[in-house]
Design a protein around this ligand. Structure first.
Ligand code: ADP
Length: 308
Protein backbone atom coordinates (compact mmCIF):
# COMPACT_ATOMS: atom_id res chain seq x y z
CA UNK A 1 0.00 0.00 0.00
CA UNK A 2 1.20 3.48 -0.85
CA UNK A 3 2.00 5.65 2.17
CA UNK A 4 -0.43 8.52 2.71
CA UNK A 5 1.36 11.86 2.55
CA UNK A 6 -0.49 15.05 3.52
CA UNK A 7 1.18 18.21 2.20
CA UNK A 8 0.09 21.68 3.34
CA UNK A 9 1.77 24.42 1.33
CA UNK A 10 2.08 26.87 -1.52
CA UNK A 11 1.32 26.62 -5.22
CA UNK A 12 2.83 29.04 -7.72
CA UNK A 13 3.13 29.50 -11.43
CA UNK A 14 6.75 30.37 -12.16
CA UNK A 15 7.14 32.74 -15.10
CA UNK A 16 10.69 32.26 -16.30
CA UNK A 17 11.96 35.23 -18.32
CA UNK A 18 15.49 34.99 -19.75
CA UNK A 19 16.98 38.44 -20.57
CA UNK A 20 20.37 39.69 -21.75
CA UNK A 21 20.39 41.72 -18.54
CA UNK A 22 17.91 42.30 -15.71
CA UNK A 23 16.21 45.69 -16.28
CA UNK A 24 17.32 48.56 -14.08
CA UNK A 25 14.61 50.78 -12.49
CA UNK A 26 12.82 52.63 -15.30
CA UNK A 27 14.30 50.45 -18.02
CA UNK A 28 12.42 48.10 -20.36
CA UNK A 29 14.26 45.18 -21.89
CA UNK A 30 12.98 42.80 -24.54
CA UNK A 31 13.17 39.32 -23.04
CA UNK A 32 14.64 36.43 -25.00
CA UNK A 33 11.64 34.24 -24.23
CA UNK A 34 9.08 33.42 -21.59
CA UNK A 35 8.01 30.14 -20.07
CA UNK A 36 5.33 29.10 -17.59
CA UNK A 37 6.48 26.41 -15.22
CA UNK A 38 4.47 25.06 -12.25
CA UNK A 39 6.23 25.66 -8.93
CA UNK A 40 5.77 26.67 -5.30
CA UNK A 41 7.47 24.60 -2.62
CA UNK A 42 4.24 22.94 -1.47
CA UNK A 43 3.21 21.90 -4.98
CA UNK A 44 6.76 20.80 -5.83
CA UNK A 45 6.76 18.52 -2.80
CA UNK A 46 3.24 17.23 -3.51
CA UNK A 47 4.25 16.30 -7.07
CA UNK A 48 7.61 14.94 -5.87
CA UNK A 49 5.86 12.72 -3.32
CA UNK A 50 3.30 11.47 -5.87
CA UNK A 51 6.04 10.61 -8.38
CA UNK A 52 8.10 8.93 -5.65
CA UNK A 53 5.20 6.59 -4.83
CA UNK A 54 3.04 8.42 -2.27
CA UNK A 55 -0.73 8.69 -2.07
CA UNK A 56 -0.80 12.49 -1.80
CA UNK A 57 -3.43 14.86 -0.40
CA UNK A 58 -2.45 18.50 -0.86
CA UNK A 59 -4.04 21.39 1.04
CA UNK A 60 -3.38 24.62 -0.84
CA UNK A 61 -5.18 27.52 -2.53
CA UNK A 62 -5.08 28.85 -6.07
CA UNK A 63 -6.91 31.85 -7.55
CA UNK A 64 -9.85 31.72 -9.94
CA UNK A 65 -7.61 32.98 -12.77
CA UNK A 66 -6.23 31.13 -15.79
CA UNK A 67 -3.10 30.09 -13.90
CA UNK A 68 -5.22 28.54 -11.16
CA UNK A 69 -6.95 26.29 -13.70
CA UNK A 70 -3.62 25.24 -15.21
CA UNK A 71 -2.05 24.59 -11.79
CA UNK A 72 -5.01 22.51 -10.62
CA UNK A 73 -5.07 20.48 -13.84
CA UNK A 74 -1.35 19.88 -13.60
CA UNK A 75 -1.56 18.65 -9.99
CA UNK A 76 -4.41 16.28 -10.89
CA UNK A 77 -2.49 14.96 -13.85
CA UNK A 78 0.42 14.22 -11.50
CA UNK A 79 -1.88 12.10 -9.35
CA UNK A 80 -2.25 14.60 -6.50
CA UNK A 81 -5.76 14.45 -5.03
CA UNK A 82 -7.74 17.63 -5.82
CA UNK A 83 -10.05 17.23 -2.78
CA UNK A 84 -8.30 19.81 -0.61
CA UNK A 85 -7.07 22.16 -3.36
CA UNK A 86 -9.20 25.24 -2.66
CA UNK A 87 -10.02 28.11 -5.02
CA UNK A 88 -10.10 31.71 -3.81
CA UNK A 89 -12.31 33.94 -5.97
CA UNK A 90 -11.05 37.37 -6.96
CA UNK A 91 -7.41 36.69 -6.07
CA UNK A 92 -4.54 35.80 -8.37
CA UNK A 93 -2.81 32.46 -8.03
CA UNK A 94 0.66 32.54 -6.51
CA UNK A 95 3.18 33.79 -9.08
CA UNK A 96 6.95 33.94 -9.19
CA UNK A 97 8.42 36.13 -11.91
CA UNK A 98 11.95 34.89 -12.40
CA UNK A 99 14.23 37.00 -14.58
CA UNK A 100 17.47 35.27 -15.44
CA UNK A 101 20.22 37.22 -17.20
CA UNK A 102 23.02 35.88 -19.39
CA UNK A 103 25.53 36.06 -16.51
CA UNK A 104 23.35 33.55 -14.61
CA UNK A 105 22.28 36.16 -12.07
CA UNK A 106 18.55 36.26 -11.36
CA UNK A 107 15.95 38.60 -9.87
CA UNK A 108 12.68 37.19 -8.57
CA UNK A 109 9.42 38.86 -7.59
CA UNK A 110 6.92 36.61 -5.79
CA UNK A 111 3.19 37.34 -5.65
CA UNK A 112 1.81 35.24 -2.77
CA UNK A 113 -1.74 35.64 -4.17
CA UNK A 114 -4.02 32.83 -3.06
CA UNK A 115 -1.22 31.28 -0.95
CA UNK A 116 -1.66 34.21 1.42
CA UNK A 117 -5.32 33.23 1.85
CA UNK A 118 -4.62 29.78 3.36
CA UNK A 119 -5.73 30.09 6.99
CA UNK A 120 -5.60 28.01 10.16
CA UNK A 121 -9.38 27.58 9.67
CA UNK A 122 -8.75 25.98 6.26
CA UNK A 123 -6.43 23.52 7.92
CA UNK A 124 -8.84 22.84 10.79
CA UNK A 125 -11.72 22.22 8.40
CA UNK A 126 -9.53 19.69 6.54
CA UNK A 127 -8.10 18.13 9.71
CA UNK A 128 -9.12 14.68 8.50
CA UNK A 129 -6.64 14.93 5.62
CA UNK A 130 -3.88 15.25 8.21
CA UNK A 131 -5.29 12.78 10.74
CA UNK A 132 -5.62 10.04 8.14
CA UNK A 133 -2.07 10.51 6.80
CA UNK A 134 1.08 8.52 7.61
CA UNK A 135 3.24 11.62 7.23
CA UNK A 136 2.53 15.37 7.26
CA UNK A 137 4.99 17.26 5.07
CA UNK A 138 5.38 21.03 5.56
CA UNK A 139 7.44 23.92 4.18
CA UNK A 140 7.18 27.63 5.02
CA UNK A 141 5.87 29.54 1.99
CA UNK A 142 2.44 30.02 3.62
CA UNK A 143 1.87 32.26 6.63
CA UNK A 144 2.86 30.56 9.89
CA UNK A 145 -0.69 30.19 11.33
CA UNK A 146 -1.85 27.38 8.98
CA UNK A 147 1.52 25.65 9.32
CA UNK A 148 1.34 25.69 13.13
CA UNK A 149 -2.31 24.56 13.01
CA UNK A 150 -1.28 21.57 10.88
CA UNK A 151 1.52 20.68 13.32
CA UNK A 152 -0.91 20.71 16.26
CA UNK A 153 -3.47 18.49 14.50
CA UNK A 154 -0.79 15.99 13.46
CA UNK A 155 0.79 15.94 16.92
CA UNK A 156 -2.56 15.21 18.58
CA UNK A 157 -3.27 12.44 16.07
CA UNK A 158 0.29 11.02 16.37
CA UNK A 159 0.95 11.54 12.69
CA UNK A 160 4.67 11.91 11.96
CA UNK A 161 5.64 15.45 10.93
CA UNK A 162 8.43 16.44 8.52
CA UNK A 163 9.24 20.18 8.34
CA UNK A 164 11.39 21.57 5.54
CA UNK A 165 12.00 24.99 7.16
CA UNK A 166 12.26 26.98 3.94
CA UNK A 167 12.19 29.90 3.59
CA UNK A 168 13.23 30.64 7.19
CA UNK A 169 10.90 33.31 8.65
CA UNK A 170 12.43 36.40 10.30
CA UNK A 171 11.03 35.31 13.64
CA UNK A 172 11.32 31.52 13.92
CA UNK A 173 8.81 29.89 16.32
CA UNK A 174 10.38 27.04 18.32
CA UNK A 175 7.23 25.00 17.71
CA UNK A 176 8.47 24.41 14.16
CA UNK A 177 11.27 22.32 15.68
CA UNK A 178 9.01 20.30 17.97
CA UNK A 179 8.40 17.75 15.23
CA UNK A 180 9.69 14.34 14.12
CA UNK A 181 12.08 15.55 11.42
CA UNK A 182 13.42 18.94 10.34
CA UNK A 183 15.45 19.05 7.13
CA UNK A 184 17.03 22.47 6.46
CA UNK A 185 19.80 23.02 3.92
CA UNK A 186 23.03 24.68 5.08
CA UNK A 187 21.76 28.24 4.60
CA UNK A 188 18.50 27.54 6.40
CA UNK A 189 20.29 25.78 9.27
CA UNK A 190 22.62 28.81 9.58
CA UNK A 191 19.63 31.18 9.73
CA UNK A 192 17.77 29.09 12.34
CA UNK A 193 20.81 28.56 14.56
CA UNK A 194 22.42 31.97 14.03
CA UNK A 195 25.78 30.36 13.22
CA UNK A 196 27.41 29.61 9.89
CA UNK A 197 26.99 26.00 8.73
CA UNK A 198 29.61 25.56 6.02
CA UNK A 199 31.53 22.33 6.55
CA UNK A 200 30.36 18.78 7.21
CA UNK A 201 31.68 19.21 10.75
CA UNK A 202 29.51 22.35 11.16
CA UNK A 203 26.52 20.36 9.85
CA UNK A 204 27.12 17.59 12.41
CA UNK A 205 27.00 20.15 15.19
CA UNK A 206 23.99 21.88 13.67
CA UNK A 207 22.06 18.59 13.48
CA UNK A 208 22.75 17.99 17.19
CA UNK A 209 21.63 21.51 18.04
CA UNK A 210 18.34 21.08 16.18
CA UNK A 211 17.70 17.90 18.16
CA UNK A 212 18.57 19.68 21.38
CA UNK A 213 16.07 22.41 20.47
CA UNK A 214 13.25 19.90 20.11
CA UNK A 215 13.42 17.95 16.84
CA UNK A 216 13.31 14.19 17.32
CA UNK A 217 15.55 13.85 14.28
CA UNK A 218 17.34 16.33 12.05
CA UNK A 219 18.78 16.27 8.54
CA UNK A 220 21.07 18.97 7.16
CA UNK A 221 21.13 18.74 3.36
CA UNK A 222 24.46 19.73 1.85
CA UNK A 223 23.78 19.98 -1.90
CA UNK A 224 26.48 18.14 -3.87
CA UNK A 225 28.05 17.01 -0.55
CA UNK A 226 25.10 14.83 0.50
CA UNK A 227 23.53 15.12 3.95
CA UNK A 228 24.17 14.79 7.68
CA UNK A 229 21.57 13.16 9.92
CA UNK A 230 21.07 13.04 13.67
CA UNK A 231 18.58 10.57 15.15
CA UNK A 232 18.96 11.79 18.72
CA UNK A 233 21.66 9.23 19.53
CA UNK A 234 24.12 9.35 16.65
CA UNK A 235 25.19 11.66 13.88
CA UNK A 236 25.82 10.10 10.47
CA UNK A 237 26.99 11.29 7.09
CA UNK A 238 25.01 10.22 4.01
CA UNK A 239 27.20 10.31 0.92
CA UNK A 240 25.90 12.12 -2.18
CA UNK A 241 24.95 10.45 -5.45
CA UNK A 242 27.17 11.83 -8.18
CA UNK A 243 25.38 13.68 -10.95
CA UNK A 244 26.07 16.36 -13.53
CA UNK A 245 24.22 19.23 -11.86
CA UNK A 246 22.31 21.39 -14.37
CA UNK A 247 19.84 23.28 -12.17
CA UNK A 248 19.62 22.71 -8.43
CA UNK A 249 16.21 24.47 -8.15
CA UNK A 250 13.89 22.24 -6.13
CA UNK A 251 16.55 19.63 -5.26
CA UNK A 252 15.58 20.18 -1.62
CA UNK A 253 11.89 19.74 -2.49
CA UNK A 254 12.63 16.45 -4.29
CA UNK A 255 14.67 15.37 -1.26
CA UNK A 256 11.98 16.16 1.32
CA UNK A 257 9.19 14.58 -0.76
CA UNK A 258 11.07 11.35 -1.45
CA UNK A 259 12.30 11.13 2.16
CA UNK A 260 8.70 11.45 3.40
CA UNK A 261 7.47 8.69 1.07
CA UNK A 262 10.23 6.27 1.98
CA UNK A 263 9.90 6.96 5.70
CA UNK A 264 6.12 6.57 5.37
CA UNK A 265 6.73 3.16 3.81
CA UNK A 266 8.44 2.09 7.00
CA UNK A 267 12.08 2.43 5.91
CA UNK A 268 14.60 3.47 8.54
CA UNK A 269 15.51 7.12 9.00
CA UNK A 270 18.87 6.46 7.36
CA UNK A 271 17.47 4.49 4.40
CA UNK A 272 14.80 7.12 3.81
CA UNK A 273 17.49 9.82 3.79
CA UNK A 274 19.47 7.90 1.16
CA UNK A 275 16.31 7.60 -0.94
CA UNK A 276 15.81 11.37 -0.56
CA UNK A 277 19.43 12.05 -1.56
CA UNK A 278 18.99 9.97 -4.73
CA UNK A 279 15.87 11.99 -5.59
CA UNK A 280 17.61 15.31 -4.83
CA UNK A 281 20.56 14.39 -7.05
CA UNK A 282 18.23 13.44 -9.92
CA UNK A 283 16.34 16.74 -9.58
CA UNK A 284 19.65 18.66 -9.66
CA UNK A 285 20.51 16.98 -12.96
CA UNK A 286 17.45 18.52 -14.71
CA UNK A 287 16.07 21.99 -15.19
CA UNK A 288 12.79 23.22 -13.75
CA UNK A 289 10.97 22.67 -10.46
CA UNK A 290 8.05 20.23 -10.64
CA UNK A 291 9.20 19.02 -14.04
CA UNK A 292 12.50 17.98 -12.47
CA UNK A 293 10.94 15.68 -9.84
CA UNK A 294 12.10 12.09 -10.42
CA UNK A 295 9.77 9.08 -10.64
CA UNK A 296 9.91 6.08 -8.32
CA UNK A 297 11.52 3.95 -11.04
CA UNK A 298 14.26 6.55 -11.56
CA UNK A 299 15.01 6.84 -7.84
CA UNK A 300 15.10 3.05 -7.40
CA UNK A 301 17.43 2.69 -10.39
CA UNK A 302 19.76 5.34 -8.96
CA UNK A 303 19.88 3.56 -5.59
CA UNK A 304 20.69 0.22 -7.26
CA UNK A 305 23.55 1.75 -9.28
CA UNK A 306 25.01 3.00 -6.02
CA UNK A 307 24.87 -0.41 -4.39
CA UNK A 308 26.38 -2.30 -7.35
P1 ADP B 1 18.08 22.88 -1.38
O1 ADP B 1 17.57 22.73 -2.78
O2 ADP B 1 16.98 23.03 -0.36
O3 ADP B 1 19.17 23.91 -1.23
P2 ADP B 1 20.14 20.84 -1.35
O4 ADP B 1 20.81 21.61 -2.47
O5 ADP B 1 20.92 20.62 -0.10
O6 ADP B 1 18.73 21.46 -0.98
O7 ADP B 1 19.72 19.42 -1.99
C1 ADP B 1 18.99 18.44 -1.29
C2 ADP B 1 19.65 17.09 -1.48
O8 ADP B 1 19.69 16.77 -2.89
C3 ADP B 1 21.10 17.04 -1.00
O9 ADP B 1 21.15 16.60 0.35
C4 ADP B 1 21.73 16.02 -1.96
O10 ADP B 1 21.56 14.71 -1.45
C5 ADP B 1 20.94 16.18 -3.24
N1 ADP B 1 21.67 17.06 -4.16
C6 ADP B 1 21.44 18.38 -4.39
N2 ADP B 1 22.33 18.88 -5.29
C7 ADP B 1 23.14 17.85 -5.65
C8 ADP B 1 24.27 17.71 -6.54
N3 ADP B 1 24.72 18.75 -7.24
N4 ADP B 1 24.86 16.49 -6.62
C9 ADP B 1 24.37 15.43 -5.90
N5 ADP B 1 23.35 15.51 -5.05
C10 ADP B 1 22.72 16.69 -4.92
Amino acid sequence: MKPKIAVVGSTNMDLIVPCVHIPRPGETVIAKGGQESPGGKGANQAVGAARAGGDVQFLTRVGDDGFGKLLLANLQQEGVSPDSILITPGVSSGLAIVMVEDSGENAIAVVPGANGCVTAEDVESHAEVIRSADILLLQLELTLEPVLAAIRIARDARVRIVVDPAPVPASFPEELLQVDVVCPNQGEASAILGAEVRTIQDARQAAWQLVRRGAKQAIITLGADGAVICDGNNVDFIAPFEVQAIDTTAAGDAFAAAFAVSWGEGKSFQEATRFGCAAGALAASRSGAQNAMPTRAEIDARLLEFVS
